[in-house]
Design a protein around this ligand. Sequence first.
Ligand SMILES: Cc1ncc(COP(=O)(O)O)c(C=O)c1O
Length: 464
Amino acid sequence: MRTPAPGGSLAPADLERLRAGQALQMDHYGGGRLPFVSLQARGLVQHMVPLEGESAGQVLEVLDASGGYASACLGAAHPCLQPAFREGLERGYVTDELGSLERTLLLEELFGPGGRWADRFPGGEYHASGRNSGSEGLELALRLVLESGFDRRRLTAKVGREARRTVLAFEGAWHGWTGGLVPLLNRRHYRLGLPLPGTEPPFGLDVAFLPFGEAALLERFFAEQGSKLSAVIVEPIQGDAGILVPPPGYLRRLAALCREHDVLLVADEVLTFAKTGRFFAMTDEEGPIPTDVTVIGKSLGMGAVSTSMVIARRELTVRPSGAVSTSDLRPLTCALMRSGLRYLAEERLIERAGALGTELRERLRRDVVEAFPALFQEVRGQGYMNGVELTERASHGLSRLRQRLLEAGVFVEFMAGAGRRSHGLRYLFPAMRVAPPLIANDEDLRRIVERIREGTRRFVEAGP
Ligand SMILES: Cc1ncc(COP(=O)(O)O)c(C=O)c1O
């Protein structure tokens, strides 16, 4: 297929081919998919083609402020990954039954003496496993929690742990869509008609929900129900709930409560990993906030492969061959991670995102929220993980707004928002997520905000 440069148009037969190709892919959005196709990309720039409307077939230059659901931290086709592809392929394809040189190099660089993350996860205390996606990583984390309370020899709950069958999760959380995780989502839309936890001992899972970031509710919950808890599963900044940043001290207090009550703390850092101005969002001014299990994903695959990693205390394990995976830290995946992580660290892109993110939020406040108060109400975030909460009115015209934004040359995503929360807390509407790849510099951020403003202006001008 001949793909013209931005400004040019696709041949009608090619446009038809792209429409047919789109129809061959299962639609996971109930008809709400964006009618756009990406032709190619480099860095932050994507060449996209609308499939419908007046400009169907015209190639647009679009700035990516989404990073592929916040996974492509190096943007597209980053040169630092090219040698890793070659080396990774040359080092073969061992499964998790065998060791590999490339896996050794990666794990040593991360968790070995003096390793990049050894202050938080020293290799003597933690071990790691690779999975194919964030969802699979969370499934393994949940499995580690359940296995920790289960006596494999007697096939019953461990003595003294019989009453600990509750997992605490948070309202509005998103941990993935696979079977074991559905019970951890408090939203009916994701749960009804799908497997729910059996509550029968010793195999049952009972899930309690609290609104996120409410310290007093957390204290009360632990005081009343701490002895029933086996684990807490938390996103340190909630993503799908609309980029909710907890108040200072909240996460450290949560970790302390877990320790006091002998409860495992699982941090879902699939989304926050490398996005918030630090590798891990479970960090405050005192340093790392300790966790028993941490799951990272998305950016870890550098936008090149889908992968996740579960980092757990050594005493947490699964039953023999209970979590075997064909693709646990394959040499190619390890080589890509190693090159990408090294590049992020050497270029100090994570720290830069911390500082530039503050300016980005300021611009979003001034040029988007204040410019369109009928559509946007609040900016929240840290680093390059930011949300702009919509008003009720704007939340009804989401797909049209997104299309206008794309036509104005910027790609953003929208998060569902936590919606209705318990304890009389206010309703949280969907949020526009502005989470560009970490390669975005100050000038890129300025252009992103400019295009968001222009797309919103076109949306308003077009009327209801
Ligand atoms: C916080 C969080 N956890 C888990 C997942 C699931 O990751 P994946 O889509 O790679 O399965 C996501 C994906 O959006 C996420 O945001």
